[in-house]
Design a protein around this ligand. Structure first.
Ligand code: ADP
Ligand code: MG
Length: 257
């Protein structure tokens, strides 16, 4: 399905580019007073929406180019909470907690943002009468034998997002990562959100799963491997450190003098 989605998405993207390009040209030839102007704007907006959907398909099929960087999730998540708070609306409260010391991870910031946005929007949708979303980041070790075949043993950072929403029946929970699986009305859900989340997390070398209880709520947990620098990177870091020490020296000497 991933390959199919990826293949179709690329062709589809090209078609969309042509549609919105021609639409742009027509918009240039019609001013706001023109009777066709409103329809052209509609075509344009819908082409853009379609492009966003294709982006999700590409993420699901793991064909997106990742721009990984080393990051401290405490900062990344704190930066995001403002946006997430606005997304959940007024009836839902969002809290963020993290371990005081958290190993660095390596990932694409923008994609991680997409992941968190999708999870938070789903949580909000599951709490029409309001509730709580708890976002947490903590360090954990996966021992051999615990998640065999899913994750290699090692050190991980777990991001968990718990809501107090409707929860899911087991039949629903087992299908949430399927592309196009949705329980929402036509026009409300695409069923691509979690498929995309899954694609991004897998592409980042991680794993995620959902735990849900009907009428109690749902928790998504994302495991991301701790970042350990490669031999070359280690060398670079050392060189940088050495360079910084040299720079500092005159000041140190001045201090002592
Ligand atoms: P969409 O949100 O467009 O329906 P998703 O892939 O994001 O697609 O989610 C698929 C389905 O998983 C949803 O339609 C819903 O049934 C279920 N789901 C996802 N997150 C939650 C949640 N936090 N609580 C309850 N159900 C959820
Ligand atoms: Mg969704």
């Amino acid at each position: 399905i991933g390959q199919l989605a990826g293949g179709v998405a690329h062709d589809f993207n090209n078609l969309l580019t042509a549609i919105s390009g021609h639409c742009d040209l027509m918009l240039l030839r019609h001013d706001q007073g023109d009777p066709d102007y409103g329809d052209l704007v509609q075509i344009h907006q819908n082409a853009n929406r379609a492009a966003a959907l294709v982006g999700q398909l590409l993420a699901f099929s793991r064909k997106q180019t990742l721009r990984p960087e080393v990051m401290d999730l405490r900062d990344t998540l704190s930066d995001l909470t403002h946006l997430l708070n606005r997304l959940v609306g007024e009836k839902v409260s969002l809290t963020l907690r993290h371990d005081p010391v958290l190993p660095a991870i390596r990932g694409d910031k923008r994609q991680l943002e997409q992941v968190m946005i999708n999870l938070v929007v789903n949580a909000r949708d599951a709490m029409p009468d309001g509730g709580k979303v708890s976002l947490e980041a903590r360090a954990t070790s996966v021992e051999a034998g615990r998640l065999d075949g899913i994750l290699d043993p090692g050190e991980f950072v777990v991001i968990s997002l718990a809501d107090t929403g409707t929860g899911m029946e087991p039949e629903v929970a087992s299908r949430v990562f399927e592309p196009f699986f949705t329980t929402k009305e036509v026009g409300k859900g695409t069923g691509l959100g979690l498929a995309m989340v899954y694609g991004i997390v897998k592409q980042s070398g991680g794993f995620l799963f959902a735990k849900s209880k009907l009428d109690k709520g749902t928790t998504f947990s994302i495991y991301l491997p701790e970042y350990t620098p490669s031999v070359e990177e280690e060398k670079e870091i050392e060189e940088e450190k050495a360079a910084r020490t040299v720079e500092r020296k005159p000041a140190d000497l001045a201090g002592r003098g």
